[in-house]
Design a protein around this ligand. Sequence first.
Ligand code: ADE
Length: 248
Amino acid sequence: MRIDVVTIFPDYLAPLELSLIGRARRAGLLDVVVHDLREATTDRHRTVDDTPYGGGAGMVMKPEPWRRALDAVLAAGPADVGRPRLLVPSPGGRVLDQAMARELASEPWLVFACGRYEGIDERVLLDAAQRFEVTPVSLGDYVLNGGEVAVLAITEAVARLLPGVVGNAESLVEESHEDGLLEYPVYTKPASWRGLDVPEVLLSGDHAAIARWRHQQRLERTATRRPDLLAPTAADDPAGLAVVPATP
Ligand code: ADE
C-alpha cells in the first residue's frame, strides 16, 4: 500500500518510522511519503493560510498550495492504480471504525490532506473530487488541533490489517470491534499477584470451557462498557430486528 501525507508539520509524522509500521515500511509492505505543504507555496513567506471570507475567528488554508501539492502527489505516485482515496481528517467527517479501517486497508493508495487552523478552503475538496475519491474522516466527536494525529491513528488502524504487518494474524481475529464485541480480559504469570488471582478456568487446560468463559466475558464487558454496541437505539432499529451477536 502507498500512503502520501500532505502537512505543514512533516515532523509530526515521525512516529510512522517506529514499531510495526516502521518495520512494515522497511519490509516494503507499506510505502509512506510525507510532503510539506509549504513546498507548494510560491511566495517568500511560504504562506498557506488567509483570513476567512464572511469573517470569524482564525485562518483558513488557501486553495492554491493545496492544488499544487496534490498535483505533485499524483505525479509522483504509483502509475498503475486508479483514483487514490483522499482522506481529509476533520471533526465533521465519517467517524472511523473497524469496518472503515478494513475498507481502507483494501485500497492500494491513500492520500491524507492535513488541515490546520479553521480548515481547508472548501473548494480544494470540490476540485480534488475530479481526481480523487474524497472522504472526510473523523476520529471521534472531539476537536484536535489538526489532522496529523488522526493520520497517525488511521494509518496504524489500517496498516496493521495489511498482510504480513502483524506477525500473528490470529491476534487480529479475536480483537475488540472485529465482530462487534469488546475483547475478553487477558492475564499472564504470576497466577496470583497482590492477592488477585487469575480466573481458575484459565488454568484448567479445558479449551472448550476457556472459549465459553471468554465469550461470556466479551458479552459482559460489552454490555457494561459499550452497551451501544449491543443494543441498537430505537432510531437505528425501529422494528427491533437487530440481534445480539451469537455465541460461537
Ligand atoms: N481534526 C480536528 N479534529 C479532528 C477529529 N476529531 N478527527 C479527525 N481530524 C480532526
